[in-house]
Design a binder for this molecule. Structure first.
Ligand code: CO
Length: 150
Protein backbone atom coordinates (compact mmCIF):
# COMPACT_ATOMS: atom_id res chain seq x y z
CA UNK A 1 0.00 0.00 0.00
CA UNK A 2 1.22 3.44 -0.87
CA UNK A 3 0.53 6.51 1.17
CA UNK A 4 0.64 10.11 0.07
CA UNK A 5 1.19 12.51 2.93
CA UNK A 6 -1.41 15.22 2.52
CA UNK A 7 0.00 18.69 2.60
CA UNK A 8 3.59 17.46 2.42
CA UNK A 9 5.94 19.95 0.89
CA UNK A 10 8.00 17.42 -1.04
CA UNK A 11 5.65 17.62 -4.04
CA UNK A 12 4.53 20.54 -6.08
CA UNK A 13 1.00 21.35 -4.87
CA UNK A 14 -0.62 20.80 -8.24
CA UNK A 15 0.04 17.05 -8.13
CA UNK A 16 -1.80 16.50 -4.85
CA UNK A 17 -5.55 16.20 -4.33
CA UNK A 18 -6.93 19.29 -2.65
CA UNK A 19 -10.53 18.22 -2.15
CA UNK A 20 -12.94 15.30 -2.43
CA UNK A 21 -14.67 15.94 -5.75
CA UNK A 22 -17.24 13.17 -5.27
CA UNK A 23 -17.87 9.80 -3.71
CA UNK A 24 -19.42 7.31 -6.11
CA UNK A 25 -21.95 4.58 -5.36
CA UNK A 26 -22.69 1.86 -7.91
CA UNK A 27 -26.32 0.80 -8.09
CA UNK A 28 -28.54 -1.55 -10.07
CA UNK A 29 -31.34 0.97 -10.55
CA UNK A 30 -30.45 4.66 -10.77
CA UNK A 31 -34.06 5.87 -10.53
CA UNK A 32 -34.69 3.78 -7.41
CA UNK A 33 -31.46 5.03 -5.83
CA UNK A 34 -32.32 8.67 -6.58
CA UNK A 35 -35.81 8.14 -5.12
CA UNK A 36 -34.17 6.87 -1.94
CA UNK A 37 -31.90 9.89 -1.61
CA UNK A 38 -34.82 12.23 -2.42
CA UNK A 39 -37.12 10.65 0.16
CA UNK A 40 -34.59 10.33 2.96
CA UNK A 41 -32.41 13.40 2.41
CA UNK A 42 -34.53 15.78 0.32
CA UNK A 43 -31.86 16.09 -2.36
CA UNK A 44 -32.30 16.28 -6.13
CA UNK A 45 -29.67 15.37 -8.71
CA UNK A 46 -27.92 18.40 -10.19
CA UNK A 47 -27.14 16.57 -13.38
CA UNK A 48 -27.67 13.26 -15.04
CA UNK A 49 -25.83 11.98 -18.06
CA UNK A 50 -24.70 8.89 -19.92
CA UNK A 51 -20.93 8.57 -20.14
CA UNK A 52 -20.60 6.13 -23.04
CA UNK A 53 -16.85 5.75 -22.58
CA UNK A 54 -17.42 4.23 -19.13
CA UNK A 55 -20.71 2.49 -20.03
CA UNK A 56 -22.51 4.25 -17.18
CA UNK A 57 -25.41 6.55 -16.57
CA UNK A 58 -24.50 8.83 -13.70
CA UNK A 59 -26.25 11.41 -11.55
CA UNK A 60 -24.62 13.96 -9.26
CA UNK A 61 -26.17 14.98 -5.96
CA UNK A 62 -24.74 17.99 -4.12
CA UNK A 63 -24.10 17.55 -0.41
CA UNK A 64 -22.54 20.62 1.13
CA UNK A 65 -19.40 21.43 -0.81
CA UNK A 66 -19.04 17.94 -2.27
CA UNK A 67 -21.05 15.50 -4.35
CA UNK A 68 -22.35 11.98 -4.34
CA UNK A 69 -22.23 10.32 -7.75
CA UNK A 70 -24.71 7.52 -8.39
CA UNK A 71 -23.65 5.14 -11.16
CA UNK A 72 -25.64 2.57 -13.07
CA UNK A 73 -23.99 0.43 -15.72
CA UNK A 74 -25.50 0.71 -19.18
CA UNK A 75 -23.96 -2.65 -20.13
CA UNK A 76 -23.56 -5.73 -17.92
CA UNK A 77 -20.11 -6.41 -19.37
CA UNK A 78 -18.47 -3.17 -18.24
CA UNK A 79 -16.37 -2.17 -15.21
CA UNK A 80 -19.37 -0.95 -13.17
CA UNK A 81 -21.60 -3.81 -14.39
CA UNK A 82 -19.03 -6.38 -13.33
CA UNK A 83 -18.45 -4.57 -10.02
CA UNK A 84 -22.16 -4.76 -9.13
CA UNK A 85 -22.36 -8.37 -10.30
CA UNK A 86 -19.40 -9.30 -8.08
CA UNK A 87 -19.97 -7.10 -5.02
CA UNK A 88 -23.55 -5.95 -5.19
CA UNK A 89 -24.45 -2.28 -4.86
CA UNK A 90 -22.16 -0.08 -2.83
CA UNK A 91 -19.25 2.31 -2.63
CA UNK A 92 -17.41 2.26 -5.95
CA UNK A 93 -14.77 5.00 -5.88
CA UNK A 94 -13.59 8.22 -4.31
CA UNK A 95 -12.71 11.07 -6.63
CA UNK A 96 -10.01 13.59 -5.79
CA UNK A 97 -10.02 17.06 -7.28
CA UNK A 98 -6.67 17.95 -8.76
CA UNK A 99 -5.43 21.11 -10.41
CA UNK A 100 -3.30 19.46 -13.08
CA UNK A 101 -4.18 15.86 -13.91
CA UNK A 102 -1.19 15.35 -16.21
CA UNK A 103 1.15 16.39 -13.40
CA UNK A 104 -0.73 14.17 -10.94
CA UNK A 105 -0.44 11.14 -13.26
CA UNK A 106 3.22 11.85 -13.86
CA UNK A 107 3.79 11.97 -10.10
CA UNK A 108 1.90 8.69 -9.54
CA UNK A 109 3.81 7.01 -12.36
CA UNK A 110 7.11 8.17 -10.86
CA UNK A 111 6.00 6.60 -7.57
CA UNK A 112 5.37 3.32 -9.38
CA UNK A 113 1.60 3.39 -8.90
CA UNK A 114 -0.51 1.13 -11.11
CA UNK A 115 -2.71 3.31 -13.24
CA UNK A 116 -5.92 2.18 -14.88
CA UNK A 117 -5.71 5.19 -17.20
CA UNK A 118 -2.24 6.08 -18.42
CA UNK A 119 -3.67 9.22 -19.97
CA UNK A 120 -6.63 11.36 -18.94
CA UNK A 121 -9.95 10.79 -20.66
CA UNK A 122 -13.17 12.77 -20.68
CA UNK A 123 -15.56 11.97 -17.84
CA UNK A 124 -18.86 13.35 -16.61
CA UNK A 125 -19.28 17.09 -16.82
CA UNK A 126 -16.59 17.19 -19.50
CA UNK A 127 -13.82 16.96 -16.91
CA UNK A 128 -10.51 15.28 -17.62
CA UNK A 129 -10.42 12.19 -15.40
CA UNK A 130 -8.24 9.15 -14.76
CA UNK A 131 -8.55 6.11 -12.53
CA UNK A 132 -5.80 4.73 -10.28
CA UNK A 133 -5.73 1.02 -9.43
CA UNK A 134 -7.53 0.15 -6.15
CA UNK A 135 -4.65 -2.05 -5.05
CA UNK A 136 -2.64 1.13 -4.39
CA UNK A 137 -5.04 2.39 -1.72
CA UNK A 138 -6.40 -0.47 0.39
CA UNK A 139 -8.79 -1.76 -2.26
CA UNK A 140 -10.36 1.63 -2.92
CA UNK A 141 -10.62 2.80 -6.51
CA UNK A 142 -9.44 6.40 -6.82
CA UNK A 143 -10.50 8.74 -9.60
CA UNK A 144 -8.66 11.96 -10.33
CA UNK A 145 -10.78 14.83 -11.66
CA UNK A 146 -9.14 17.90 -13.07
CA UNK A 147 -11.16 20.90 -11.98
CA UNK A 148 -8.47 23.50 -11.48
CA UNK A 149 -8.92 25.70 -8.45
CA UNK A 150 -12.66 25.76 -7.67
CO1 CO B 1 -16.57 9.32 -10.48
Amino acid sequence: MRLVVMGATRYAPDVLPYNIHHVAIAVEDLDAALDGFRTLYNVEPLSREIVADQAVEEAMIAVGGSHIQILQATEADSPVGRFVERNGEGLHHIAFAVVDIDAALEHLRAEGARLIDEKPRTGGGGHKIAFVHPKETAGTLIELVEVGHE
